[in-house]
Design a protein around this ligand. Structure first.
Ligand code: ZN
Length: 184
C-alpha cells in the first residue's frame, strides 16, 4: 500500500540553550539527535511518508509545542529521539532503550528497539514504560528513543561517528516502517 496518507512527527530532543546531555569528548546530545532525526526524516520521506519535524536546526523548543505540532496535525505517529547520560564516572553503562506510555506506543517502541539492536549490536536495555510529557500528551502512538549513552565509553565512541549515526537512523526508520506496515 501507499504511505502517502501517513504523517509522522519526528522530535529531535533539546536544542538551542538546552544541549541535553554532554558526554565523553564533549559530544552533545542535541547535535547527535538532530543529525539522526534529519536522516530519519529523509528515509521516511523516501517511502512516501509525510514527515513533520519539531526542529530542523539548533534551536530551543519547549515540550508543549512539540506535542501540539503532532496533535494539531493529527499525526499518525510521534517519535522523539534522545541520547542518554549518566555521570562521567560510569563509562561502563552503555546501550539503547525505548520508552512508551500507551499500549500502541509499546508496540511502536518494540519495533524501533528491536531494529536498533539488530542493526547496531548495541546492548539491549529494552522497552520501558515512562510518564514523559511528550508521551503522555500526544494523542497518537508515541515512542521516545534513547540511542545510547553519551557518557558510555562504547556508545560515545560510536555516536561520535557519522557512519554509525547513519546505521542508527536507518534502523529507527525501519522500525517505524515496520509498525506502519503492520498497523495502517
Ligand atoms: Zn534528552
Amino acid at each position: 500500500m501507499s504511505n502517502s496518507r501517513i504523517t509522522i512527527t519526528i522530535d529531535a530532543g533539546h536544542g538551542g540553550r538546552d544541549p541535553g546531555a554532554v558526554g565523553i569528548g564533549g559530544i552533545r546530545e542535541t547535535d547527535i539527535v538532530l543529525d539522526i532525526s534529519r536522516q530519519v526524516e529523509q528515509l521516511l520521506q523516501q517511502q512516501g511518508i509525510e514527515v513533520l519535524m519539531t526542529r530542523t536546526d539548533d534551536r530551543e523548543i519547549d515540550l508543549p509545542p512539540r506535542v501540539s505540532l503532532a496533535n494539531r496535525t493529527r499525526s499518525d505517529l510521534f517519535v522523539s529521539i534522545h541520547a542518554n547520560a549518566l555521570t562521567m564516572s560510569r563509562p561502563d553503562v552503555n546501550g539503547a532503550e525505548t520508552y512508551y506510555f500507551s499500549d500502541r506506543g509499546r508496540v511502536l517502541a518494540q519495533a524501533i528497539q528491536s531494529n536498533m539492536i539488530a542493526a547496531t549490536g548495541m546492548r539491549d536495555r529494552g522497552v520501558k514504560f515512562a510518564r514523559f510529557y511528550v508521551l503522555r500528551n500526544t494523542q497518537m502512538p508515541a515512542a521516545l528513543v534513547e540511542v545510547g549513552f553519551v557518557t558510555g565509553a562504547e556508545d560515545a565512541r560510536r555516536l561520535a561517528d557519522p557512519s554509525f549515526r547513519r546505521v542508527m537512523a536507518q534502523a529507527i526508520a525501519r522500525g517505524i516502517l515496520q509498525y506502519v506496515q503492520q498497523n495502517f
